[in-house]
Design a protein around this ligand. Structure first.
Ligand code: FAD
Length: 126
C-alpha cells in the first residue's frame, strides 16, 4: 500500500509542499514496484512554505528531516529572488504568484522546476 500526504504517519509537516515533493518519490517507487524493481527509500522530508508577516512582506522557510530552516536564497542559490528566513516584499509577491502557479500548473499536474529533495546549495549553516 502506498500512502501520501496528510494521511501518512511520516514525521513531516502536514503541508501541501510535503505532499507534492513526497508524491514525486511515490510515483517513482510505484512504477518500480510495478516493474519488480527495488524501491528507493529516499524522501528526505523536504518542505517549504511562505509565511505572510504583514505590511506586504512574507518569510519563506525550506527544511527537511535533517535541517531546520536555514538562511539563504531560493530557488536560485545566491540569487533568489526569494530570501529564506528573512522577511521581504519579494517573498510576499512570490506567495501571491504561487496562487496562480498552484491553480494553473500544479493542480493540472504540470512539473515545476523544483527538486523533490532539499538542496543545501547557497544556504548558510552554523
Ligand atoms: C487552514 C489550512 C491552511 C493550510 N495552509 C497551508 C499552507 O500555507 N502551506 C501548505 O503547504 N499547507 C497548508 N495546509 C496543509 C495542506 O492543505 C495539506 O497538507 C494538504 O492539502 C494535504 O494534501 P492531501 O492530498 O494529503 O489531503 P487533502 O488535500 O485533505 O485531500 C484529501 C481529499 O480526500 C477527499 N476524501 C476524504 N475522504 C474521502 C472518501 N472517503 N472518498 C473520497 N474522497 C475522500 C477529501 O474531500 C479531500 O479532497 C493548510 C491546511 C489547512 C487546513
Amino acid at each position: 500500500m502506498f500512502v501520501l500526504g496528510d494521511t501518512t504517519t511520516l514525521p513531516t509537516s502536514k503541508a501541501g509542499s510535503v505532499a507534492h515533493f513526497a508524491g514525486e518519490i511515490l510515483v517513482e517507487n510505484f512504477m518500480r514496484e510495478i516493474n519488480g524493481e527495488p524501491l528507493r527509500e529516499d524522501f528526505d522530508g523536504h518542505a517549504n512554505c511562505f509565511i505572510e508577516t504583514g505590511f506586504d512582506k512574507a518569510a519563506l522557510i525550506d527544511f527537511n528531516y535533517d535541517y531546520e530552516p536555514l538562511p539563504g536564497k531560493f530557488p536560485l542559490p545566491g540569487l533568489g529572488p526569494f530570501s529564506l528566513l528573512g522577511e521581504s516584499k519579494a517573498n510576499h509577491w512570490g506567495k501571491m504568484m504561487f496562487k496562480w502557479v498552484y491553480w494553473n500548473k500544479l493542480v493540472s499536474g504540470e512539473e515545476l522546476p523544483l527538486e523533490a529533495q532539499m538542496s543545501l546549495a547557497g544556504k548558510v549553516q552554523d
